[in-house]
Design a protein. Structure first.
Length: 119
């Protein structure tokens, strides 16, 4: 019992000392809106290419043919490891996302946002 408390306390202190916070779905939504929504949003913004013309959403709509939602925010099956792998390594037409664009902590926030309904 004491060991568990000490380990938990050290983890909290280490996280605080490094300036890291627990991943935040709220922050993840903000980062997702900036970096991911232009391709993976539900609809194209007004004045854009029109409803459903977003490349990421359109590609997923074709790939899954209605078996899974094309809009990432509607998915409940996304695993954190998969999200990280695709964001950092790219997949088919999706380019890699560098840490200078989306930091590791921002990626953790995006993961928290996209997996919020899995918990």
């Amino acid at each position: 019992m004491k060991v568990t408390i000490v380990v938990a306390g050290l983890a909290i202190l280490t996280t605080a000392a490094l300036g890291q916070n627990a991943p935040s779905a709220d922050t993840g939504k903000v980062v997702f809106d900036k970096w991911c929504t232009p391709c993976h949003g539900a609809v194209a913004p007004a004045g854009g290419l029109g409803d459903g013309a977003l490349p990421g959403t359109s590609a997923l709509r074709v790939k899954y043919n209605g078996e899974l939602p094309a809009v990432l925010e509607e998915r409940t099956d996304l695993a954190p490891e998969f999200i990280e792998t695709v964001v950092r390594g790219g997949l088919f037409g999706m380019p890699i996302t560098r840490k200078t664009e989306v930091s590791d902590s921002e990626l953790e926030d995006i993961i928290a946002y996209l997996t919020r309904s899995n918990n």
